[in-house]
Write a protein of this length. Structure first.
Length: 146
């Protein structure tokens, strides 16, 4: 860098470029995100494995996905686990799997078996929504019909 500071035609350009890069890398990270968590059940049974996804309802913005733990709980993260979501309206999907896609003992491919009905795995058909508002942490519990 010292070489560039002494020999570049416009040393100020380097500092401007570094400043812009820092601004791009830090914009939207952390500040402004809201902690979002909840539980997922099918009927009265918790979904004990799978994922919850929040997709911006109006397009644009960042989607987020969270792993559902063995008790049916999830904590949303946009850029890293648990960092939260930007305020806004979201379409929500749930994919709870009991058995991942695999090959059986005869070598035949077997599709994943999901505990959650297929309609909940598509944001257009799930019927699940969430409105994340600025401020304190929010909880969204989803009880799916079997």
């Amino acid at each position: 860098m010292r070489y560039c500071l002494n020999h570049c035609a416009r040393p100020g350009t380097l500092w401007l470029s570094l400043g812009l890069l820092a601004m791009i890398l830090t914009s939207g990270c952390g500040p402004g995100l809201v902690q979002v968590s909840g539980t997922v059940h099918v009927g009265d049974e918790p979904v004990t494995d799978g994922y919850v996804s929040f997709v911006p309802a109006k397009g644009g913005g960042a989607s987020a996905t969270a792993k559902i733990d063995s008790s049916g709980k999830y904590v949303m993260g946009t850029r890293q686990e648990g960092d939260g979501l930007a305020p806004g309206e979201y379409l929500v999907t749930v994919a709870g799997g009991e058995t991942p896609a695999h090959r059986d003992q005869q070598g035949k491919f077997r599709d994943a078996v999901f505990k959650t009905p297929a309609k909940y795995r598509d944001p257009k058909t799930s019927g699940l929504t969430a409105k994340v508002e600025k401020g304190s942490p929010q909880t969204f519990d989803f009880r799916l019909e079997p």
